[in-house]
Design a protein around this ligand. Structure first.
Ligand code: ATP
Length: 416
């Protein structure tokens, strides 16, 4: 067990041979556990970082010797991602289990090691950032991640809190449909005021599948607004979102539009009603309160427009799709790309994760798997949505990617 920089360097020579699907090579991952006490000390990390670079070089060399290099189709692009100190947002999304969290966490580590104070945020109700960083990041607030050179913080948006808010608002108002929705969105005051006027009939039907997940989307939007407005987040020049599987993410992205449209309708309605009879005015209470709530609504609407604009700003935001080489995952990625384009969300990169590395001698299982993957990869080339994206291939490795050194290792293979 190493616990000091000197023993760390000595142990570099002890890298254990590991295998990627049958091919021998030396793997940095075997270091992760041995050196965790050492890596706990941030001051030690910069010296460990240079040692890790040596280890990586050694690793690359071994790759060449054994002819099992990482798939070569990776396209340059990290230079562009890392350049500039203006804040950039990266959202990583795709089908469940394809490696969104691993890719998002590895990108965050890479940015932080390249001088960017970075925040990585999980918007997936089933968070796995803590597992990925091998560190407790729960609690719904920013937690520093030990290891990288520049500050790296992680935030897992607390789904229970958002769900609870939604549930209690729905229960206490005893309504249904749009009214429940408005309550859950923190618009209970307006919903109450308009309750007698059959609000549900005056608004369009909310999107199908409306449930507690939308409360989490609302919480995410609130955070996004804070990232833009609050001093607390000023320092971050890169913010990465590890998003939930496709359905949730699309809901999150369309929420600002939906709220903007709904609020617009309420405001118009209010205007009409405020000039009507005193009987109707009494439903709304005093003139002063009307002004107050109209102002609140207008403010909420402005903030939603801000979130929407941010999601669509090609200068500051990019949605990176993560997939794996299977027909199902690629079909879903194609649909996701089409939806994102429809929402005008900038998307230009596709990470194809868990690609079998080349091998001179496949077993029967590997040969079958490789055939499947080759077929799936060729689908990308002919897919009308995906073919125009920059494709980055990331290899399947035979160990779980957990902890900063492992994420750094993955990041160096993916983000080039
Ligand atoms: N390139 C890879 N090689 C080997 N294992 C990988 C690779 N990428 C990810 N994994 C493993 O796959 C599992 C799922 O990865 P991850 O949690 O990153 O996926 P996800 O898309 O975020 O999942 P979810 O949709 O459940 O949030 C993890 O155990 C992770 O270590």
């Amino acid at each position: 067990m190493a616990s000091s920089p000197s023993s760390f360097s000595a142990s570099i020579t002890d890298l254990k041979p590991m295998t990627i699907m049958g091919n021998n090579y030396r793997c940095l991952f075997s270091l992760q556990q041995d050196f965790s006490p050492f890596l706990k000390s941030k001051s030690n990390f910069s010296s460990s970082f240079s040692s890790l670079s040596v280890a990586r070089k050694l690793h690359k060399k071994t790759f060449q010797v054994n002819s099992v290099s990482v798939p070569t189709e990776s396209v340059a692009g990290f230079d562009e991602m890392v350049s500039g100190t203006q804040r950039k947002y990266y959202m990583l999304g795709g089908k469940g289990g394809v490696g969104k969290t691993s890719c998002a966490a590895s990108l965050a580590v890479k940015f932080a090691n390249n001088g960017h104070p970075t925040l990585v945020v999980s918007t997936d109700p089933a968070h796995s950032l803590s597992d990925s960083f091998a560190q407790d990041l729960t609690g719904g607030r920013m937690v520093p991640v030990e290891g990288p050179i520049s500050p790296l913080f992680a935030l897992e948006i607390n789904p229970e809190q958002a769900r609870e808010e939604f549930r209690s608002a729905s229960k206490s108002n005893g309504g249904s449909g749009v009214k429940d929705f408005m309550d859950g969105m923190g618009l209970g005051l307006i919903a109450d005021q308009l309750g007698e006027l059959k609000l549900g009939e005056l608004l369009d039907t909310p999107p199908p599948g409306l449930d507690e997940a939308i409360a989490i989307s609302k919480a995410c939007c609130d955070y996004v607004i804070q990232f833009v407005e609050s001093q607390e987040y000023n320092m971050f020049t890169r913010i990465i979102f590890d998003t939930a599987p496709t359905g949730h993410t699309l809901r999150l992205l369309s929420l600002p539009d939906f709220l903007d449209a709904s609020i617009g309708k309420i405001l118009k309605l209010r205007q009409k009603i405020s000039s009507a009879t005193s009987a109707i005015k009494s439903v709304f209470g005093q003139e002063e309160n009307q002004e107050d709530s109209a102002e609140k609504l207008e403010k909420l609407r402005e903030r939603m427009i801000k979130v929407r604009e941010l999601f669509r700003d090609t200068n500051s935001t990019e949605f990176v799709i993560v997939t794996i080489p299977t027909v199902m995952a690629i079909n879903e990625s194609s649909r996701l790309t089409a939806s994102l384009k429809k929402e005008s969300v900038p998307v230009k990169r596709l990470v194809v994760n868990q690609v079998l590395p080349p091998s001179a001698s496949d077993c029967k299982f590997c040969a079958m798997k490789r055939k499947d993957q080759t077929r799936a990869l060729s689908m990308i080339e002919s897919d009308p949505e995906l073919s125009s994206l920059t494709t980055i291939q990331a290899p399947l490795v035979d160990v779980e990617i957990r902890g900063v050194p492992a994420l750094q290792f993955l990041g160096d293979m993916v983000w080039k």
